[in-house]
Ligand binder design. Structure first.
Ligand SMILES: Cc1ncc(C[n+]2csc(CCOP(=O)(O)OP(=O)(O)O)c2C)c(N)n1
Ligand SMILES: [Mg+2]
Length: 540
């Protein structure tokens, strides 16, 4: 039985959005989208507003990433939409099911020069899975349903709709969409069997599991497959924490040893991009397991590349019944390397230096972070250190910007995380440079009672650029920031609180105060500008 709905365009949109599990909107006001607000206001549908549209889209993306359901940003016509484009692009790179609904100048006088009259579609089309203008109110529920189905179908990603003024303000009626009906794509069983045989027959296999394992709800199957075939597991992106750190097959530090000695590298749910040396692991054969055929790499010839529902593929790997080589010695060899690296890290995380080094900040943070804390990285070197020293204990708790590497996700991601998990710790790790992109949105967080902790690694420089530029040219330009700036006072002025920390011994108590504060709280840690994150390839 189908249900009919009627109302203005905003009401029709919202009815369809609810059917797809959308539970809030992130926005910044503009008259073109008032009907969406009206519909939300009348039905107690939460509206969170921000000070820059990029934060609205990043917040929607955090919801999508953390909850594995669509996140919604509503942006007004023209500059509202263009300000959201970095967020849309990040969602595109991260395969996050984000829907951006845009206002749009009226169609009936298109070409006459209405305020903010521009066609958004050519701008957003390259960074969305689907972009469409919906010309009548009656058509809005269908368009919302189609867009969200596209967003949620692996390989997931953002979608965009805009509504001309007269379409969203006028009254219409339509059928209420039924909600998502997705049928998993089954991978070619022969390809899966080939992958299983390669892994089981390898002497030194390694798994690297990424975000799609989390988003595709295949975490349990990943663990089952790794355990059944005894394969060490490394993770990146939202895959971090897929195996708890204490699991005998969970590895983080021994990556170099693992990848330079492996004979089969199994990359699951993440692209063979710069983060994985473009899929070039020397002599090792590559098995690339992806959630859709479109994700098979064009620049690498994997030995096997099953494409389809990750849960099904990984469950099949776990059930592999053929011959298998014993990997126990290999796992033990990596464990030795892992333990040695951990011991080195532990020393760095305890080091009493003046000025403070980032490692110590993470050493102190680890003592106060709960297992289910959400940690968010927005910055350069400071965040590279976070990736190294923080070990997420659960999947779906680590938000990095992903391969698009866009600075400025911080406050938007924090808002989405706080809305998702009202009772958990939410902690943003921010470079002082990164802070400049979104710190004004502390006001949005404070006003809407969304407390988060922000730890700034304040080295007074764009560190990830300054050090490489010096290495390359012997000098640097455009890489300095005001040293020892009081970002904590900025947050204080915006309705939060904070403090500056210059001595390592003061870090622990400051972090404790931050998590107890109940308002956005910034711990401004003055760190050593001479400290550069050691990396082999330096451009980011
Ligand atoms: C929007 C955007 N602009 C510029 C860059 C280039 N970039 C990458 S890291 C970085 C430096 C970040 O500095 P900061 O946040 O202070 O962190 P630090 O490296 O000093 O720890 C810059 C400018 C980027 N990734 N994204
Ligand atoms: Mg910096």
């Amino acid at each position: 039985m189908t249900e009919r709905i009627e109302g203005h365009g905003g009401e029709l949109a919202l009815a369809a959005l609810r059917a797809y599990g959308v539970r809030e909107m992130f926005t910044l006001s503009g008259g073109h989208v008032f009907p969406l607000y009206d519909a939300a206001h009348k039905t107690d549908f939460p509206i969170y507003d921000v000070r820059h549209e990029q934060s609205a889209v990043f917040a929607a993306e955090a919801v999508a990433k953390l909850q594995r359901r669509p996140g919604l940003a509503v942006l007004t016509a023209g500059p509202g939409v263009t300000n959201g484009i970095s967020g849309l692009t990040s969602a595109f790179f991260n395969a996050s099911p984000v829907l951006v609904l845009g206002g749009r100048a009226p169609q009936f006088r298109w070409g006459s020069g209405s305020l903010q009259e521009m066609d958004h579609l050519p701008l957003v089309a390259p960074v969305t899975k689907h972009a469409e203008t919906v010309f009548s109110a009656d058509d809005i529920p269908r368009a919302v349903a189609a867009a969200l189905t596209t967003a949620l179908t692996p390989h997931r990603g953002p979608v965009f709709l805009d509504f001309p003024l007269e379409a969203v303000f006028s009254v219409g009626d339509a059928e209420l969409p039924a909600g998502p009906q997705l049928s998993p794509l089954e991978a070619d069983p022969d390809e899966v069997a080939r992958a299983a045989a390669l892994i089981a027959g390898a002497a030194r296999p390694v798994i690297i599991a990424g975000s799609d394992v989390w988003t595709g709800e295949a975490v349990d199957e990943l663990r089952a497959a790794a355990e059944a075939l005894t394969v060490p597991v490394f993770t990146n992106g939202m895959g971090r924490g897929a195996l708890p750190p204490e699991h005998p097959l969970a590895f983080a530090k021994a990556r170099r040893v693992a990848l330079s000695n492996a004979d089969v590298v199994v990359v699951i749910g993440t692209p063979l991009d710069f983060r994985l040396s473009f899929g070039d692991f020397g002599e090792a054969q590559v098995v690339h397991i992806v959630d859709a055929p479109s994700q098979r790499a064009g620049h690498v010839q994997p030995a096997a590349a099953p494409a389809g529902d990750l849960r099904g593929i990984l469950a099949a790997l776990a059930e592999h019944a053929g011959d298998r080589v014993d990997h126990d010695d290999w796992v033990a060899q990596l464990r030795t390397a892992e333990d040695a690296a951990k011991a080195r890290d532990a020393e760095e995380m305890a080091a009493e230096t003046d000025p403070i080094r980032p490692a110590r900040i993470y050493g102190e943070l680890r003592k106060v972070l709960a297992r289910d804390a959400v940690t968010i990285g927005d910055g350069g070197d400071f965040v590279s250190y976070a990736g190294r020293y923080l070990e997420p204990a659960q999947p779906g708790t680590w938000l990095d910007p992903g391969p698009y590497g866009c600075l400025g996700t911080g406050m938007g991601y924090a808002m989405g995380a706080r809305v998702t998990h009202p009772d958990r710790q939410v902690c943003v790790l921010m470079g002082d440079g990164a802070a400049g992109f979104s710190l004004m949105d502390v006001e949005s967080l404070a006003r809407q009672k969304l407390p988060v902790v922000i730890v700034v690694g304040n080295n007074g420089i764009w560190g990830l650029e300054k050090h490489p530029m010096r290495a390359m040219y012997g000098y640097d330009v455009a890489a300095d920031l005001q040293p020892e700036l009081r970002y904590d006072q900025v947050v204080g002025a915006l309705g939060g609180a904070g403090e500056t920390v210059a001595k390592a011994a003061e870090l622990g108590p400051a972090l404790q105060r931050a998590f107890d504060a109940g308002v956005p709280y910034l711990v401004n840690v003055l760190t050593d500008p001479a400290d550069a994150y050691p990396r082999s390839s330096n451009l980011a």
